[in-house]
Each structure stands twice: as C-alpha cells, then as structure tokens.
Design a protein around this ligand. Structure first.
Ligand SMILES: Cc1cc2nc3c(=O)[nH]c(=O)nc-3n(C[C@H](O)[C@H](O)[C@H](O)COP(=O)(O)OP(=O)(O)OC[C@H]3O[C@@H](n4cnc5c(N)ncnc54)[C@H](O)[C@@H]3O)c2cc1C
Length: 444
C-alpha cells in the first residue's frame, strides 16, 4: 500500500514518466504544470491551428526507453515513422551533402587527408567505450590533436560556434565523444542517418502518459503554477499554489537549476550548493511552407556569415500531410543573455528567415504559410571542464525533496531517451522512500 504522497512540479517528460511509474506502484501522485498544455520542451505549438512540435524532435531507432514506454501506453511500432535522412553542409556560400560514407570521402572543401581524419575520428569515438580520460581534456585541444588544425578551423570551430553561441572554450572532449557515438549508432550500413518520429509528435506520448496516470488514480493539473516549495526544519512541506498549500510527503522539481532559486524556500535552495553548470537557451522560428526547400533533414552551417545553429526540415521524417505542408525549424542556441530572447517575434522571424533565404534563394515570401517563434532562456545544461559531475545522490538533496532535471544526464546528450533514464532513477529512489506496491521487492 502507498505510504505517502508525491507532488511533482512540471508536466514535461520527466514529470509525467515519473508520475506514471509511481501511479502504477499505487503511490498517491499529483503533477502540477504551469502551462495550459503538458509537454514542456517536448510540447506543441500551433501554426494556424495545426499542432506541431514546438521544437524539432526526432526519435532514434536506438531510443529504447522512449519506444518501450510508448509501447506500454499503447503506442507500438506502428505509432513511429522512421526514415533515412540526408545531412547537408552550408560552407563558403555553398550547400553540399554529407549523407553517406561515399559523400564523406568525396566531400569538397576538405583535403583528402582531412576527410580520412574525419572518418577515423567517428570510428575512434564509436570504438572507445569509456570517457574518463576525455573528461579533463578540453574539446578544442582534443580536436586539434586528433583531427589537426585545418579540420578544426574549417569544420569543428564553426560548428561549435553555431551550437554554443560562440563559447566553447570550457567544453570537455566528452561532449563530442558522446554526440558522435549517439549519431553513429543511428546510421545504416551505407552510413546514412535514420531518424524517426512519433506520429503526431511527442505530444501523443505525453497525452497518453497523462491519460494513464489519471486512469491509475493520479492527478494531473494544468494551468497550475507552483509558486513555492515551503520548508520547516529542513524538510519540504508541499507546494504552494494560487489557492494555498498542498501538503506532500515528497516534492519533486523537474526544472533546471536557475528556476529553482525562485521556487524553493531559501533553506532548501541552500542545501543544493553551488551550481556547477552553465546553460544555453534557444530561439526557434517554426515555419510551415508551401513546398520543400531543403533536400536535407538537418543542415550544418560552417559559413559563419549565417548566425544560425541549423535548419531542420522535419517533414523529411514527419508526414507533410499531417503537418499541413513542409515544416521548417530555424533554431539558434543562445547564451541566456542573448538579445534574441527578448526581441520582437516579428524581428526574429524576419532575420532568421532572411538567413534561410540566403542559403535557399528559391524560398519566396508566398511560400511561407504560417510561422511561430518559440523561445526558452534556459533549455540545456552545459557541463563545463573541471566542474563537479552529477551524482545519483543529487536527486535527493533534502528531506521530502527530490530535484530531477536534464542536468542529471551525463555524459549522454540531453534528449527524450536520456531524460527517461533520469525518470527511472528518480522513480526507484522515490519508491524506496515512499513505499508503493513492489517497493520492498525492488529494494531487495
Ligand atoms: C531545440 C530543442 C530540440 C530538441 N530535440 C530533441 C530531439 O530531437 N529528440 C529528443 O529526444 N529530445 C530533444 N530535445 C530535448 C527534450 O525536449 C528534453 O530533453 C525534454 O523535453 C526535457 O523534459 P523535462 O521534463 O526534463 O523538462 P521540461 O520539458 O522543461 O519540463 C519542465 C516542465 O515544468 C514546467 N514548469 C516550470 N516551472 C513550473 C512551475 N513553477 N510550476 C509548474 N510547472 C512548472 C514547465 O512548463 C515544463 O512543462 C530537444 C530540446 C530542444 C530545446
């Protein structure tokens, strides 16, 4: 039998996956989501009334946690759509494909030696199972040593510049090792990337989880911001909502650390200690177009006259009919003080689509059917060189309080697969503390 109640702040993937497992174990669980819609970063935007992913989201064939959880809530393999995709580069004012092993070995703009070095680098990451020796090594130093100065200047430096808003000096080599391993594992025999989507977007999984939680007796509240987590004697007491305190034996936060300052009572915030990470935000123009403009799912931009992170035409994977046309995502990862987070949506849209037009001159104003500008000032944690790495015990920093977020993921990259791993760890720890059917068996 359940021995305690759990209040979870945030109806994103971590919050809902954890609530689902707790509800299955008979725990009295309530999710509080401030927005009218569930999903958080994996949620939905509306383009002229048609729901689309707010940010581009793929599922890789190797994302077994996502596929397993989806199958449990009734979304089997038929709910997924996988496609072989092409990857492009925009370099020195030209678009080039690098979508297969053959294209890598004939890639223009790189010397024959550098092409071989690049292929060897990917193989090296795949074959290297452990990362301890990379964690104290600067990414730039590693890349210069392994790939050479030319490949660093022509490829890696501009790519890191575009992904990290100009600041990559404090990144450990582990970052690119983990990224290369994840992407290499999704390639087919011809080294073409295979990407997938849940038909209807991650929102379909989110909604199915919410439905199951409610069916199991849990509560999921939307438009319900938590104002504070109060404490007494070092213990979290519950959540303060607009209409007062709801007591819980355990409160779970699922936000990144910068949001916890306002949320947690000072005595709870104090036990967290200094934050070892920095963060990136994201600004993303989503456009529905009359027709496809890019043959690539994703575009790597090494020509830094274009200050975007990438251009992603998700309808190379998503069914364009379902999306009401071609869906183009034009994102820029930004430092939390980047002015694009505050500029008017019209300005951002004009500038970002202007850059797209420079790369794809065939794009006409009349091709753009609808747009939306999505922004988050804190979207992704950056684990910097020399900083403390996340430990399992960090999930339970104080009596009655669990803090779980994508900052607990390391060394994997932040994505749905990895955040579900955090949710699994969190659930196991909560069940040991709260009880629930099967908790004793699990602990044994
Ligand atoms: C641009 C971009 C592209 C991405 N692409 C992919 C991809 O292709 N594949 C993939 O697997 N993953 C991708 N991800 C990552 C994925 O979206 C995240 O890892 C995941 O959604 C994080 O879930 P979460 O629950 O940790 O956090 P969040 O989604 O941030 O959820 C936290 C929730 O807490 C709520 N909240 C905040 N404050 C309060 C409060 N005071 N009271 C109540 N509720 C509150 C928020 O509204 C939010 O719903 C991408 C992310 C971004 C930004």
């Amino acid at each position: 039998m359940s021995t305690g109640s759990v209040g979870i702040i945030g109806g994103g993937l971590i919050g809902l996956a954890t609530a689902y497992r707790l509800a299955q174990a008979g725990v009295d669980v309530s999710v509080y989501e401030r927005d009218a819609q569930l999903g958080g970063l994996a949620g939905t935007a509306h383009l002229d009334g048609i729901p689309v992913d707010r940010y581009y989201h793929v599922v890789l064939p190797t994302d077994d946690r996502v596929r397993g959880l989806a199958a449990e809530v009734g979304l089997g393999d038929e709910a997924f759509r996988f496609r072989t995709t092409r990857v492009g580069f925009y370099q020195q004012g030209r678009l080039t494909s690098m979508s297969s092993a053959r294209e890598l070995l004939t890639f223009p703009g790189l010397s024959a030696v550098d092409r071989v070095r690049l292929a060897a680098f990917a193989a090296r990451c795949q074959l290297k199972p452990a990362y301890a020796d990379l964690d104290d090594l600067s990414l730039e130093e590693w890349l210069r040593r392994v790939c050479g100065a030319d490949l660093w200047d022509r490829l890696w430096r501009p790519l890191l510049d575009s992904k990290f808003d100009g600041r990559y000096d404090d990144l450990p080599a582990t970052y690119l090792w983990a990224r290369t391993r994840r992407m290499s594992a999704t390639r087919d025999r011809a080294a073409r990337e295979v990407m997938g989507t849940i038909e209807g977007g991650y929102q379909v999984l989110i909604d199915a989880l919410a439905r199951e939680i409610r069916a199991l007796g849990g509560q999921v509240h939307t438009s319900t911001p938590v104002l504070q987590v109060p404490a007494a004697g070092g213990r979290a007491l519950g959540v303060v909502l607009a209409d007062g305190l709801r007591r819980h034996d355990w409160v779970v936060t699922t936000q990144l650390r910068p949001a916890l300052q306002a949320l947690l009572a000072p005595e709870l915030e104090a036990v967290l200690g200094p934050d070892p990470n920095r963060y990136l935000g994201v600004v993303c123009v989503v456009a529905r177009l009359r027709r496809s403009i890019s043959p690539y799912y994703a575009l790597n931009i090494t020509d830094r006259r274009i200050p975007l992170t990438t251009v992603v035409e998700t309808t190379h994977v998503i069914d364009p009919q379902r999306a009401g046309g071609t869906l183009l995502y034009v994102p820029k990862y930004v430092a939390p003080d980047n002015p694009d987070l505050e500029r008017s949506a019209a300005d951002v849209r004009r500038e970002y689509l202007g850059h797209v037009r420079t790369m794809f001159p065939q794009l006409r104003d009349a091709d753009v059917l609808a747009t939306h500008v999505a922004r988050a000032s804190v979207a992704e944690p950056i684990h910097v060189l020399g900083a403390r790495r996340p430990q399992p015990a960090d999930l339970f920093p104080a009596a009655g309080l669990a803090t779980a977020s994508s900052a607990h993921i390391y060394p994997e990259l932040v994505n749905g697969q990895a955040v579900l791993g955090v949710a699994e760890q969190l659930t196991a720890g909560l069940l040991e503390r709260v009880g629930g059917h099967g908790a004793r068996e699990r602990a044994a």
